[in-house]
Write a protein that binds this ligand. Structure first.
Ligand code: DX5
Ligand code: ZN
Length: 217
């Protein structure tokens, strides 16, 4: 399986974003965490900054919405030039309607589950999504410890995707580093988000290559 690395700019320097985006040009996409102080106890950035990120980077922009009421706001983010928009199971009221709306506006629709949430509810609507995000930490902050108890869920989802012949990507987010990359890849994840492991490294581009190599080993 082709592994894709998505560095999270949550651990970048927010006043030197353009510089920090250039530092990850060997990544497959850039992961942008949008937080609203309500769905998660942290606040990051909104539409104007996402729009500028889309303008200055050549990488596909993967927007991870950790916000209340994505049914209202996700379509707005889809207009900014992002490649994919992820919203959370615990925040949406109408995931199928929202996924269809996102796809109709030309972005990939992605659905996220927190550690305590089951993928049971997703299986019946799997074909509505391009990617499922399995959180391997409680969303809100970078630098937390990887939850390996999310790997059963990941394996089960990969088996189901394979059994049905779907092309749905599985993304994992939280605590991914060169040491946890082999675990998530083996469980069936193919899009690896890494924040502190990339931007906390002296050489972010090398950190990306290391994570990719370990995941593919
Ligand atoms: C956390 C965010 C992550 C975060 C991951 O809620 O969704 O994308 O940046 O950070 P690390 O890789 O440091 O766990
Ligand atoms: Zn994220």
């Amino acid at each position: 399986m082709q592994i894709q690395i998505a560095p999270s700019i949550l651990s970048a320097d927010f006043v030197n974003l353009e510089r920090d985006l250039k530092a990850i040009s060997n990544a497959d996409m850039v992961h942008v965490d949008v937080m609203d102080h309500h769905f998660v106890p942290n606040l990051t950035l909104g539409e104007p900054i996402v729009k500028r990120i889309c303008e200055v980077t050549d990488l596909p922009v993967d927007v991870h919405l950790m916000i209340e009421d994505p049914d209202r706001w996700a379509p707005e983010f889809a207009k900014l030039g992002a490649a994919s928009v992820t919203f959370h199971m615990g925040a949406t009221h109408a995931p199928v309607r929202l996924a269809r709306q996102l796809r109709a506006s030309g972005v990939k629709a992605c659905f996220a589950v927190r550690p305590a949430e089951s993928i049971d509810g997703i299986l019946d609507i799997l074909d509505e999504f391009d990617m499922i995000l399995i959180m391997t930490v409680e969303p809100g902050f970078g630098g937390q410890k990887f939850l390996d108890n999310q790997m059963n869920k990941t394996r089960r989802l990969r088996d189901e995707i394979t059994r049905r012949g779907l092309h749905t990507h599985i993304q994992v987010d939280g605590g991914v580093s060169s040491s946890t990359a082999p675990i998530v890849a083996q469980a069936g994840a193919d899009v690896l988000v890494a924040g502190s492991a990339v931007y906390g490294a002296e050489d972010p581009a090398k950190a990306i290559d290391d994570i990719r190599t370990k995941a593919q080993a």
